[in-house]
Design a protein around this ligand. Structure first.
Ligand code: ASP
Length: 373
């Protein structure tokens, strides 16, 4: 078994100065290198907005449920929650004010995979992804085709998933992005910001919404997603990732969440991994697949996540517009991983958190981090 010391040594060995543009990471944010499941029972891991999801999924597993059904039921709680503006119903829209959702699922024992991208009008895209996996010979359906398929499968199609609160945020963004476009800023209309919003979105609740914001390290746009992976007592694995994606994106933009190997990967012989954060960086480095392959080669889940993140840092060296003044990435990415033995871990470029449920309880813990800040 790898000790914490061994882990730090091997993690350090992988951190060539070149790989980080000359900036060595300060530490691993104090999170333990290997999280084990003392009860050797099922384990469910998720992004930090998934505490309820992991709790629910674990209970489903303990009642003898299948790993995929467990994680889907778990993320449905978040998808259906209008106060979570990063996922499903209530998610933040694209730059035209339309909510487009991405999701993928993988079922380890049957080697199944399904996904939908840029899907409009369905509150639970993860369930449509399951239907793609179960009832078609395809893996990924997008846009209008995905919506027609969902209708055929009996899903309710809503005209819009935009809640008043999400529309309010979109309008505020629209009014403020430029003083040279045709959208007037509140002041130019003769109204203050709050009066402007009250007039345009009278039905928005004036409460602080639960944003589920995991990563907005670039300080520009909110991101958010839920990833949830599970292993049961037999070592069978499944995972799901679901999101409304990057807020204000160009219509039709697809992130990492519905891309098998990017936002999610499950190999029933090895483990499962998923991601949240800047999807473009994850897609280009085949993120979740990389994490699972590293676990196959013997890395602990945390170590595998950290190595996949270092690749992202390395790739960002060639993209000045994505780097901060100190040369580090101007965004965050999180990976979450669990292996067949029930060991789990999570890491991010910058300090972050994750949710986990084992038979000893459910909690939010600190992820390891490549950079402290
Ligand atoms: N990864 C998602 C995307 O790029 C967003 C997120 O995780 O916040 O679409």
């Amino acid at each position: 078994m790898t000790t914490r010391r061994d882990f730090l040594v091997s993690a350090g060995a992988g951190l060539g100065a070149a790989a980080l543009g000359g900036t060595l990471p300060s530490a691993l944010a104090g999170a333990p290198a290997i999280h084990t499941n003392p009860a050797a029972g099922p384990v469910v891991i998720a992004s930090a907005n998934g505490l309820e999801a992991v709790r629910h999924a674990l209970a489903t597993l303990q009642a003898g449920g299948d790993t995929l059904e467990a994680v889907i039921e778990g993320v449905n709680i978040v998808e259906l929650d209008p106060a979570d503006m990063s996922v499903g119903y209530g998610g933040l829209p694209n730059d035209e004010g339309v909510v487009q959702l991405d999701s993928s699922v993988m079922h380890g024992p049957s080697r199944g995979a399904g996904a939908v991208a840029a899907l409009e009008g369905v509150k639970t895209p993860s369930r449509v992804a399951v239907a793609v996996m179960r009832y078609t010979d395809h893996v990924l359906l997008v846009g209008e085709g995905a919506q027609r398929f969902a209708r055929q499968m009996g899903f309710e199609i809503l005209d819009t998933l935009l809640t008043p609160e999400a529309r309010e945020r979109w309008l505020r963004w629209k009014a403020s992005i430029s003083d040279r476009d045709d959208w007037l800023e509140p002041d130019e209309t003769g109204l203050g910001e709050s009066e402007f919003l009250r007039e345009l979105v009278p039905d928005a609740r004036r409460v602080e919404s639960r944003m589920g914001m995991l990563d907005s390290a670039d300080g520009v746009r909110p991101w958010g997603t839920i990833n949830c992976c599970a292993v049961d007592a037999n070592g069978d694995l499944s995972g799901v990732t679901t999101t409304s994606g990057l807020a204000w994106k160009i219509p039709g933009r697809v992130g990492d969440s519905p891309i098998i190997g990017a936002g999610l990967y499950v190999d029933n012989d090895v483990g499962a991994a998923g991601s949240t954060g800047r999807g473009e960086a994850v897609i280009k480095t085949c993120g979740s697949h990389t994490v699972v392959e590293l676990m196959r080669q013997g890395s602990s889940p945390t170590d595998a996540c950290l190595e996949a993140l270092r690749r992202i840092a390395r790739w960002t060296e060639a993209q000045p517009r994505l780097r901060r003044d100190d040369g580090r990435p101007a965004f965050n990415v999180n990976y979450y991983a669990v292996n067949k033995r029930g060991e789990f871990g999570a890491a991010a470029l910058y300090p972050s958190r994750f949710a986990v449920a084992t038979p000893s309880g459910a909690e939010v813990r600190d992820s390891a981090a490549v950079f402290q800040g």
